[in-house]
Design a binder for this molecule. Structure first.
Ligand SMILES: *Cc1c(COP(=O)(O)O)cnc(C)c1O
Length: 400
């Protein structure tokens, strides 16, 4: 018989009942170091006192009122994001896919309002992931996510990631913008080069297109800067955010420059839950911590420490690890052919380490941003044991 909880996931047989920082415990008391971070979402880790208190205090006052009324928590959160990003205005919603839908609507509306309604197509990239709604599985373009769900939603043209010639060749009369992740997360923790991001910005400027960044996974400090595109020294016209911005509370956002945002007039776009007092209280609490003095430089330091330790791990286990890649605390171990990332994920769990599989046979690490260097070392130590499990000949060599 079908489970009451619809079986759309391959879940590990683990149920966590408590968390503190980067550690989770199961009911029977087993301890796990969480380097999956709830898929790059638990940015402050588990049970962060400031976030817990903000949510509890706000829940006791008022949880939801709808967007028929002013929401001071949302006004504050938007103003703070505007003060700390390229954006002039922010729209709140509830998930990454919903933020991307809003972002694409904003891009199309911009051209429509500027008398170019024929510009409505987005250039997207092979290996992308933009979410699971009908339009976003098309933007994602992966046949695995499209199969059985009818004709793909039109308006998304895919080119190879990092290939500027292909981008230029794909620009046509109907092109409205370019949609890209600064680091492809689900697709295999593949960073765009900073040069590629700058060239995309230049191409958008040249052809009057909008640059739409999907920072759902890379944003909110994960790269060591608040937004990953800051490393490239560019600004998008519009950007989506979710995952880490609520620290685990569902919160998504569309960030936009004024020239885009001004066309989303009252009645053009909306969502019932979006930007509720409770969600924005969570968002403000996360921002308090991430903007606090020294927090992001610390993320950058710990990330570099982890990166070096992973390179060292790779040098010790070249039969298992082909490449270390990523940015900040979004890192991936590309595994050798024949060693499945799902097997590595299971082996890591058996060692007490939580990770997330990603595309291209990559084992992804996206720990909470609050991890210490000691926790990074512990994770790499456990990954060393995983390598021995996966490739016994590494064990023999280590014994010699
Ligand atoms: C997770 C993710 C999404 C989808 O977010 P949901 O909250 O699951 O809808 C979109 N884009 C990127 C880059 C993501 O990593």
């Amino acid at each position: 018989m079908i489970p009451a909880l619809m079986p759309t996931y391959n879940r590990a047989d683990l149920a966590f009942v408590r968390g503190e920082g980067a550690v989770l415990w199961t009911e029977d008391g087993r301890r796990f170091l969480d380097f999956g971070g709830g898929i790059a979402t638990s940015s402050l880790g588990h049970g962060h006192p400031h976030l817990v208190k903000a949510i509890a205090d706000q829940a006791a006052k008022v949880i939801h009122v709808s967007n028929l009324y002013r929401i001071p928590q949302a006004e504050t959160l938007a103003a703070r994001h505007v003060a700390n990003s390229f954006a002039d205005s922010v729209f709140f919603c509830n998930s990454g896919a919903e933020a991307n839908e809003g972002m694409v609507k904003a891009v199309r509306r911009y051209h429509w309002a500027n008398g170019r309604p024929e510009r409505w197509r987005m250039i997207c990239f092979e290996g992308a992931f933009h979410g699971r709604t009908l339009a976003m599985i098309s933007a994602t373009g992966n046949p695995k996510y499209l199969e059985g769900f009818g004709p793909p939603v039109d308006g998304f043209d895919h080119v190879p990631f990092g290939d500027m010639n292909a981008v230029r060749a794909a620009i046509g009369k109907e092109t409205a913008g370019i949609m890209v992740e600064p680091v492809q997360g689900e697709g295999g923790v593949r960073p765009a080069s900073l040069r590629f991001l700058r060239e995309l910005r230049a191409a958008c400027d040249e052809y009057g297109l909008l640059l739409a960044l999907d920072e759902v996974q890379t944003g909110m400090g994960r790269s060591g800067r608040l937004w990953a595109h800051e490393w490239a020294g560019i600004e998008p016209d519009v950007m989506s955010a979710a995952k880490g911005i609520g620290g685990g509370f569902p919160l998504g956002a569309v960030f936009a420059k004024e020239h885009v945002a001004k066309h989303l007039k009252p009645g053009t776009h909306g969502t019932t839950y979006g930007g509720s007092p409770l969600a924005c209280a969570a968002g403000n609490a996360v921002l308090d911590v991430i903007l606090s003095h020294g927090f992001l430089p610390r993320v950058d330091r710990v990330a570099r420490h982890l990166w070096r330790a992973l390179l060292d791990l790779q040098a010790r286990h070249p039969e298992v690890i082909e490449e270390v890649r990523g940015a900040g605390l979004l890192l991936g171990l590309k595994l050798r052919e024949g060693i499945a990332n799902t097997a590595a994920q299971d082996a890591a769990a058996a060692e007490g380490l939580l990770t997330v599989a990603a595309g291209q046979n990559v084992l992804r690490l996206a720990p909470p941003l609050i991890i210490t260097e000691e926790e990074a070392d512990e994770a790499v130590h456990l990954l060393g044991r995983v390598c021995l499990r996966l490739h016994p000949s590494s064990a023999q060599r280590a014994a010699k």
